[in-house]
Design a protein around this ligand. Structure first.
Ligand code: GDP
Ligand code: MG
Length: 457
């Protein structure tokens, strides 16, 4: 018991790990939704946020521990992207987070991105829990839908139990090789020094109650200070999106502070800082993801931590992945505008100074950064001369066409997860500019490489 119990915010949790380990599916399982199947190539390309109220966690963990103490209002879970070149977007996601779920496929053990995620988490000193997922893939697994893991394991044959133990031991050894002590959470005598492993199935739900309860209990036990609600605003833009009936909106994660309808806010924009007023504060219904279409709940004010959709004027050029600021009565607007633009400047610095290179266009600052990072990697090495965020317009084609005289193959736009209208496409064709579109970064590279090879022949 402690005095600040009544004033804790929800812990923010991110899901990390190698591609295909079941990060999105795990969220789907907790939420009873199916986002995973609707994704491009099954890869989460942008961060989404979901709020789980304590009542729902109570419901899901009743069988495991009916009298568990839940001191936090809920849990805010952020699903981070899975592709190899998404380090940057992932690091943004993990930067917001109090605690992480590191998902490992029990059949595969530690994979390259598991280690990459692990290093990010260690670098930031973020607490995490290992979800050893896909236990239902053990040969002969008997399904016990949504059961606590110890109960589910007891129902299994000796063979399944043996295979389980063997694979767990192997994963623990692999973590040890990374300098990390891990143990099944229900056997862990030294929590704090030894990281917890929770076996799960995102398909049939075994172990999911254990994961939820451990997340909440571990957070509220070890992070009271961090989770104590603070008035000072801390808020990050996750996505910029057009929503029917609301125009261009931004999805944000409010980590601390309170946002009100009518607040004057400043966000980073492609053409400079955007100063605007909150017209509506919207949330999806609890347990629904921020990205999923549907009706929204309107709020006069919202207290952290929460994932929020903000509708306001002039957000068309807002940049995802940057901070949101509120202008208070005593604040210096110019100073806030400068702070808001800092993130963007670090990205602009990555453009080729020679002026020779392809143009790159992406949906968010995070995905643009990820794409730039990928193009820069030694194996790829494609120079970039221009960047833009949002749909491809004629002016973007005009800009790319400048390369026609310098280096023809660079008169190209690599468009990642953005719209290109037929009109713009026709215009590009007339001008001689190539546009490559894809929802997955490495597909863009494949297309461009095939094109370059074609020219060389
Ligand atoms: P992500 O890339 O980490 O987000 O992985 P996804 O959630 O997209 O899952 C990748 C694939 O593994 C999909 O085909 C899922 O249906 C499957 N999958 C995820 N979790 C489980 C699980 O617990 N058991 C089984 N059998 N399959 C799973
Ligand atoms: Mg995913």
């Amino acid at each position: 018991a402690n005095n600040s119990e009544g004033n804790l915010r929800s812990p923010i949790c991110c899901i990390m790990g190698h591609v295909d380990t079941g990060k999105t599916k795990l969220l789907d399982c907790i939420r009873h939704t199916n986002v995973q199947e609707g994704e491009a190539g099954g890869i989460t390309q942008q961060i989404g946020a979901t709020y789980f109220p304590a009542e729902n966690i109570r419901e899901r963990t009743r069988e495991l521990k009916a009298d568990a103490k839940l001191n936090v209002p809920g849990l805010l879970v952020i699903d981070t992207p899975g592709h190899e070149s998404f380090t940057n977007l992932r690091s943004r996601g993990s930067g917001l987070c109090d605690i992480a779920i590191l998902v490992v496929d029990i059949m595969h053990g530690l994979e390259p991105q598991t280690i990459e995620s692990l290093n990010l988490l260690r670098m930031r000193n973020t607490e995490f829990i290992v979800a050893l997922n896909k236990v239902d893939r053990l040969y002969g697994w008997k399904t016990l839908r949504n059961a606590p893991i110890v109960k589910a394991l007891k129902q299994q044959s000796k063979d399944v139990q043996n295979e389980f133990n063997m694979r767990v031991t192997s994963v623990i050894t692999q973590f040890k090789e990374q300098g990390l002590n891990t143990e099944l959470y229900y056997k862990n005598k030294d929590m704090g020094e030894t990281f917890n492993i929770v076996p799960t199935s995102a398909i049939s739900g075994e172990g999911v109650p254990d994961l939820l309860l451990l997340l909440v209990q571990w957070s509220q036990k070890t992070m009271i200070e961090k989770l104590t609600f603070k008035n000072e605003l801390e808020c990050t833009v996750l996505e910029v999106k057009v929503v029917e009936g609301h125009g261009t909106t931004i999805d944000v994660v409010l980590v601390n502070g309170v946002l009100h309808e009518g607040d004057q806010i400043v966000v980073c924009g492609m053409q400079g800082p955007i100063v605007t007023t909150i017209r509506a504060l919207l949330t999806p219904h609890p347990m629904k993801e921020l990205r999923v279409k549907g009706t929204y709940l309107h709020h006069k004010q919202i207290k952290a931590a929460q994932g929020i959709k903000i509708s306001a004027q002039g957000l068309e050029h807002a940049i995802a992945g940057t901070g949101l600021y509120v202008v208070g009565p005593d604040d210096d607007l110019e100073e806030i505008k400068r702070s808001a633009m800092e993130d963007m400047e670090s990205v602009l610095n990555r453009i080729e100074k020679t002026g020779e290179g392809v143009c790159v266009q992406a949906s968010t600052l995070g995905s643009l950064e990820a794409l730039l990072e990928f193009l820069k990697s030694p194996a790829v090495n494609i120079p970039v001369s221009g960047i833009s965020i949002g749909p491809v317009h004629k002016k973007d084609v005009m800009r790319a066409s400048v390369m026609l005289e310098k280096k023809k193959e660079y008169a190209t736009i690599l468009a990642f997860d953005v719209k290109v209208t037929t009109e713009v496409e026709e215009f590009a064709e007339d001008t001689g500019v190539k546009i490559f579109k894809a929802d997955i970064i490495y597909h863009l590279f494949d297309q461009f490489k095939a094109y370059i090879d074609g020219i060389k022949e």
